[in-house]
Design a binder for this molecule. Structure first.
Ligand code: NAI
Length: 335
């Protein structure tokens, strides 16, 4: 009998419930057995439980180890701290992995793209250490540590070995930030020396942004600190058709959280217009993590068949299909 996996599910808000509903329908139809433990977070949890990140959710992720998460709205300038950032910190999800592949049925102006972005997820300017020095002058502190740089570099090179990748390029601005990005580079160089079969190169981040648009196929894996990684990985998502197609995994020593790269899209929430592809691709990363390779391949093949039919696509990809009609089309293509 097939193994039943335990997975924590956070449907999220905005378009979250619509796209998680679509993804659950497709996974169920694939025959993979998952016992979902559903939990609220963000504004919804704030209303019902008085906190955006309830203890029950943290306990569930801690026990189960795996979470599939829909997008969660973060209030701007006031209100609670980002649930996403809190989850990454709480579970030490230090590696943000974003495989970026063009899909054969959706040609892009950039040709065939096959890139993997590895972003450090815990420090840098995202430490959120800011203060006002004097009125009109604020300081935001960039924290870079040898420990975090070394472990993210090790993660990238280990991933390269396990997944048959050939080259890792460390992206930096060490010409200006000589100490912080200098330390990042020194750690990358030290780790790279332990993996002689993987080519190691370096590139300054502004040049990288241009090169990604001009000659993206020169890259294989990109290794970045948190802020550059955040920006460059969205640029990479743009190369293959936008946020509606970009999955991500946040991985730590003991826990793994899978999600779409995009946000809660409040402008289209509740209208049945959201494209569930990015969350579905994130769920496929999760199924592979759970060793459900055959089901992941089957769902992926069905997804490609559906995306190949322009009228079956969702509106962001120029089609007419609703979120649920898209999910049903993927289910039908699996049969
Ligand atoms: P967004 O990614 O939600 O939306 C940007 C644009 O892309 C919008 O026009 C939206 O309609 C469109 N879009 C996004 N996902 C789509 C999908 N699956 N199908 C079709 N169209 C899609 O970014 P925005 O507006 O900057 O953020 C909205 C909220 O989401 C904010 O509160 C932000 O903090 C939060 N957010 C949450 C994330 C997470 O939970 N991982 C990640 C990014 C943002």
């Amino acid at each position: 009998m097939a193994t039943e996996h335990q997975v924590v599910l956070v449907p999220g808000d905005g378009i979250g419930p619509e796209i998680t509903g679509a993804v659950l329908r497709i996974i169920e139809a694939s025959g993979v057995k998952i016992a979902w433990q559903s939990h609220v977070a963000g504004a919804e949890a704030m209303g019902s439980k008085g906190t955006p990140l309830p203890d029950e959710l943290l306990t569930a992720i801690d026990e189960v180890g795996i979470c599939l998460k829909g997008p969660i709205t973060t209030p701007i300038g006031r209100g609670f701290q980002s649930v996403n950032v809190q989850l990454r910190k709480h579970f030490d999800l230090y590696a943000n992995l974003r495989p970026t592949h063009s899909l054969p049925c959706l040609p892009t102006p950039y040709g065939e793209i096959d890139l993997v972005v590895v972003r450090e997820n815990t420090e840098d300017l995202y430490s959120g250490i800011e203060h006002e020095v004097v009125p009109g002058v604020v300081e935001s502190i960039k924290i870079i540590t040898e420990r975090a740089c070394t472990r993210i570099a090790q993660f990238a090179f280990d991933y390269a070995i396990k997944n048959g990748r050939k080259k890792v390029t460390a992206i930096h601005k060490a010409n200006i930030m000589k100490l912080s990005d200098g330390l990042f580079l020194a750690c990358c160089q030290k780790v790279a020396a332990e993996y002689p079969s993987i080519e190691y190169t370096e590139m300054i981040v502004d040049n990288c942004a241009m090169q990604l648009v001009m000659r993206p196929r020169q890259f294989d894996m990109l290794l970045l600190e948190n802020l550059y990684g955040d920006i460059v990985s969205d640029l990479c998502a743009g190369l293959v058709g936008g946020l509606g197609l970009a999955p991500g995994a946040n991985l730590g020593p003991k826990h793994a959280l899978f999600e779409a790269v995009h946000g809660s899209a409040p402008d289209i929430a509740g209208l049945g217009l959201a494209n569930p592809t990015a969350l579905l691709l994130a769920a496929l990363l999760m199924l592979r993590h759970l060793n459900e390779m055959e089901a992941a391949d089957r769902i992926f093949d069905a997804l490609l068949k559906v995306l190949a039919q322009p009228e079956q696509r969702t509106r962001d990809l120029g089609g007419q299909a609703s979120t649920s009609a898209f999910a049903e089309a993927v289910v039908a293509a699996m049969e």
